[in-house]
Write a protein that binds this ligand. Structure first.
Ligand code: SAM
Length: 305
């Protein structure tokens, strides 16, 4: 069950789509003063070395954040113009790499931490089940000295999120929550667990913002997941947004090479109204810089509400 290690994939095109969408969503939510409960159901290790053993083996960041950074912020040259959401994403990544060389990639817990407000207005709860990754995550989070603002649990995130909803009221009395659900889908049952969990989360807290990442792969469960999430959102009369990014096949790959993951999607229930125009500007630019060959595409659709 635990063969998946996110370190192999850190900073790949899927992380670019996922973390850019997460940042754009958080930016909007943070404009309101009221504190917010942030929940990352599948947190990973938190920080990844881009020059470490895992990434050298997979090297997936080369087709993701490394490529994007090189195209838009070439070393020793003026940065190229980019959509504000891409700039915002690259700024967050650059803040973890003060030397200017990309050595560290922040996973979702550190992306979220970067945008959280201090003064303990916002709370972050992280779930990670893998024994090693959960230990690494706890050690990485401990360095932030965030005290009770950030909590790590080595528990099943699909179950752990439920009692946290609805969130406690903030000092202004309003209840706000964002949930990121980003499983590894290494077991088929993850797809069904995601839709069942989102359904339960929406029942407990219909106005929460729920972000789901999923791989676009030729497997019926993967194909069905966004359809199922649309149906659930429509039935609950909640607005939704669905973004996909496919970088296409690697033209240097031979017919016998394993293609690896070439496409993924983000499904957002109750997205901020600003998210659609922000992604509509960013996605074509992501495709321009990350697209490789046959099958490359991007798409954005919305509905419900
Ligand atoms: N969200 C992270 C990020 O963006 O940086 C990446 C997470 S990775 C795709 C999925 C993680 O979920 C893995 O680290 C895996 O060990 C963990 N995991 C798998 N099943 C889990 C479960 N039921 N509850 C919590 N974590 C789980």
């Amino acid at each position: 069950m635990f063969s998946y290690r996110h370190a192999f994939h850190a900073g790949n095109h899927a992380d670019v789509l996922k973390h850019l969408t997460l940042i754009a969503t958080l930016r909007h939510l943070m404009q309101k003063d009221a504190g917010i409960t942030l929940i990352d159901t599948h947190a990973g290790a938190g920080l990844y070395r881009l020059d470490g053993d895992y990434t050298e083996t997979g090297g997936e960041a080369k087709d993701g954040v490394v490529k994007l950074m090189a195209a838009l912020r070439p070393a020793g040259q003026e940065p190229a113009a980019a959509a504000p959401a891409i700039d915002d994403y690259l700024d967050v990544i650059a803040s973890y790499n003060p030397s200017g060389t990309l050595r560290v990639y922040p996973g979702s817990p550190f992306v979220i931490h970067h945008l959280m407000r201090a003064e303990s207005r916002d709370r972050l709860k992280l779930f990670e089940l893998h024994p090693t990754d959960s230990r690494t995550l706890s050690a990485n989070i401990a360095q932030l000295e965030a005290g009770r603002q950030i909590a790590v649990a080595r528990e099943d995130g699909f179950e752990g999120v439920k009692p946290l909803l609805p969130p406690p009221p903030s000092s202004t009395g309003s209840k706000r929550a964002l949930v990121l659900m980003d499983p590894s889908y290494e077991i088929k049952s993850d797809y069904g667990k995601v839709s069942a969990c989102i359904q339960e989360c929406m029942r407990r807290f219909p106005t929460g913002t729920f972000l789901v990442w999923y791989p676009v792969i030729p497997r019926p469960e993967a194909h069905d997941l966004p359809r199922r999430l649309k149906t659930l959102s429509n039935q609950a009369q909640r607005p939704w947004l669905h973004a996909t990014l496919a970088i296409g096949q690697d033209p240097t790959h031979g017919p016998d090479d394993r293609p690896g993951l070439t496409a993924s999607g983000m499904f957002v229930v109750n997205p901020p109204h600003t998210l659609k125009p922000v992604l509509a500007e960013a996605l074509p630019q992501l495709l321009l810089h990350l697209g490789r060959g046959r099958g490359k595409s991007q798409a954005l659709e919305s509905g419900g509400g």
